[in-house]
Design a protein around this ligand. Structure first.
Ligand SMILES: O=C(O)CCC(=O)C(=O)O
Length: 282
């Protein structure tokens, strides 16, 4: 499968935080950025998630993968305006754009509340559905926002360092050595979507809460079809960057166009719309 590295690289002298994270994700497949999420935002997200868990009466998952002691809220952007801040937090988006490119998409965004007694999730890759050759360039980057502390005891995400370089996705019965990611609330775990990983087991007496923010290359299909999942009036109120992240933009001025214009024009007639055709010379 390939050589396994044990730890994320601590970074060289003089590197800024984003460069260090990008380098570690490229080399090790993952990296943790502590203190990336401002405390008031952590508090606002916790309030909104708890309100939605109640309002939607979210049940536990129906299988071991979703987690029989875990509750998930999908399509977060439709639920509360506070979630709009998450995919575009500049310090996090800079890392994602450096690893993918600035025309990447938000693939899905899910709140995960893991209760005591949750068993470990099976190892998997988040780009496993594409069937693209591997190893290769990153097709997706995932940012897990810790809204509570993540520890080995409460189910901190298990990763297989270096496994984004393996030539296949995990199979039933694979049992490689894993590292439990430990990080305080307010940290973000970034990983290459090709990394073997899974939620840990929660053997503590408290819940583990986070948001999984999954980005993909701009020419791939998103996990959540946000063009349909998000009411158009909501999208019209999004900042332009967020509109384009959910799909109201084009890739290289071509993929995703509507009548030769950027789909952002459907929610904002003044949106920029430089298309590939204007660049073609006679
Ligand atoms: O909760 C985690 O730590 C990881 C969750 C995950 O990888 C998934 O549900 O696909």
């Amino acid at each position: 499968m390939g050589e396994v590295k044990r730890t994320a690289d601590p970074g060289g002298p003089g590197e800024d935080a984003a460069t260090r994270i990008v380098r570690a994700v490229r080399e090790d497949g993952f990296a943790v950025a502590p203190g990336l999420v401002p405390e008031p935002l952590v508090a606002g997200l916790l309030r909104a998630i708890d309100a939605q868990l109640d309002a939607l009466d979210v049940p536990f998952g129906e299988n071991p993968f979703l987690g029989e002691r875990t509750r998930r809220i999908f399509n977060l952007l439709a639920r509360d305006p506070v979630f709009r801040e998450v995919p575009i937090l500049p310090a996090a988006l800079a890392v994602v754009e450096a690893l993918l490119d600035p025309e990447c998409l938000l693939s899905s965004m899910t709140a995960i509340e893991m209760h005591p007694g949750q068993a470990a999730q099976s190892l998997h890759c988040d780009d496993g559905s594409h069937g693209l050759p591997r190893p290769g360039r990153p097709w997706g980057v995932v940012a897990i926002w810790a809204l509570s502390d993540f520890t080995r005891a409460n189910g901190g995400t298990r990763v297989v360092p270096g496994s984004h370089r393996f030539d296949r996705i995990p199979r039933r019965g694979d049992d490689p050595e894993t590292t439990a990611v430990e990080m305080p609330a307010g940290s973000v775990l970034f990983y290459d979507a090709g990394l073997w990983h899974g939620g840990g087991a929660n053997a503590s007496d408290a819940r583990r809460l986070g948001i999984v923010v999954n980005y993909c290359a701009g020419f791939l299909r998103q996990e959540e079809c946000q063009l349909l999942a998000l009411p158009r009036e909501q999208v019209a109120a999004f900042p332009s960057r967020l509109r384009r992240l959910v799909g109201y933009g084009t890739y290289r001025g071509l993929l995703g166009h509507v009548d030769r214009q950027s789909p952002e024009r459907l929610v904002d007639p003044a949106a920029p719309s430089e298309m590939v055709w204007s660049r073609i010379r006679r």
